[in-house]
Design a protein around this ligand. Structure first.
Ligand code: GLU
Length: 303
């Protein structure tokens, strides 16, 4: 996880307010925080609140309270992604003007009949040549044929062919909401993010994001995708698997558990120390290389 010389490090944690902070997200927050701090960097918090139908009332407060209780110290004010709506729309307009995005009026039923892959529907560009007026349409980008290759600092080389694996993906939905891929790229650029440390569940999104960065002439940050935390049965800890919020009355043990899941090998008595001393230990001993190539870590009853 080397950072480029002479560009000051700016990292971020970017939760969506879809539920409380669970152990899997805590692990991502700890990794991105430690990586920013050991690089003398800034660490920003961005609440990705641009998809109200998926959001849970009160989740933002729960997440911020948990981060505060766990002793994270972020730089600047909390950033709310919804405040960048104009910048998102401007990026969509730039793509349309450049002939890189088009309106798509395909219905859900039309899409259901198309080929699907691990990333969902592989949209083959049915509406590329149609001229569709009005706002009752999604906006899709016009992907091109070549492979997109990037090197993840932890997971190594990743190759994806956008046209055959994701197809023309959505940047603005038919309901007017901005798609995650575009929103995250615009926000990372606006905030000058140099390094993204996040869960491996997003690694398949990264090629689409790099494609957008190139088309919008943004700099591509460094990427490090950390393993996902799974239940012993193999399913990932997430809101969908009803992962509970991290406890606010057991900060030391949970923080040490996160460090252990991050393969840092904290000493068995570390949890008896204060929150501040646990962070000091974590900063002095942070070795992200221990996560190299690791894709999943099982949360056992003991960790
Ligand atoms: N908001 C996304 C999530 O909560 C994370 C986005 C990112 O880190 O790029 O899954």
């Amino acid at each position: 996880m080397q950072t480029r010389e002479s560009v000051p490090y700016v990292g971020r944690f970017a939760p969506s307010p879809t539920g409380p902070l669970h152990l899997g997200s805590l692990v991502a927050a700890v990794a991105s925080y430690l990586q920013a701090r050991v690089n003398d960097g800034r660490w920003l918090i961005r609440i990705e609140d641009i998809d109200p139908p998926r959001e849970q009332p009160g989740a933002t407060d729960l997440i911020l309270t948990a981060l505060d209780r766990y002793g994270f110290e972020w730089d600047g004010d909390i950033i709310y992604q919804s405040a960048s709506r104009d910048a998102h729309e401007a990026a969509v307009a730039t793509l349309i003007d450049a002939g890189l995005a088009y309106r798509c009026s395909c219905s859900r039923r039309d899409l259901a009949d198309l080929p699907h892959g691990p990333l969902g529907v592989i949209y083959p560009g049915l509406c590329r040549e149609r001229s569709i007026d009005g706002d009752d349409a999604a906006i899709r980008v016009h992907t091109d044929g070549g492979d997109l290759v990037f090197v993840d600092a932890l997971q190594g080389q990743v190759t994806q062919n956008l046209e055959s694996e994701s197809g023309d993906f959505i940047v603005r939905r038919r309901d007017g909401l901005i798609g995650y891929q575009l929103a995250v790229v615009v926000s990372d650029a606006l905030e000058g993010i140099t390094d993204v440390v996040r869960g491996i569940d997003l690694i398949d999104s990264t090629p689409r994001q790099i494609w957008l960065q190139r088309k919008l002439q943004y700099r591509t940050p460094g990427y490090s995708h950390i393993p996902v935390i799974t239940h012993p049965a193999g399913d990932k800890l997430s809101k969908a698997t009803a992962a509970p919020g991290i406890p606010l009355d057991a900060v030391a043990t949970t923080l040490v558990e996160a460090l252990s899941l991050l393969q840092q090998g904290p000493p068995s008595d570390l949890a008896r120390n204060s929150r501040q001393d646990i962070w000091l230990w974590a900063l002095e001993n942070w070795q992200p290389g221990k996560l190299s190539g690791l894709k999943a870590v099982v949360k056992t009853a003991l960790t």
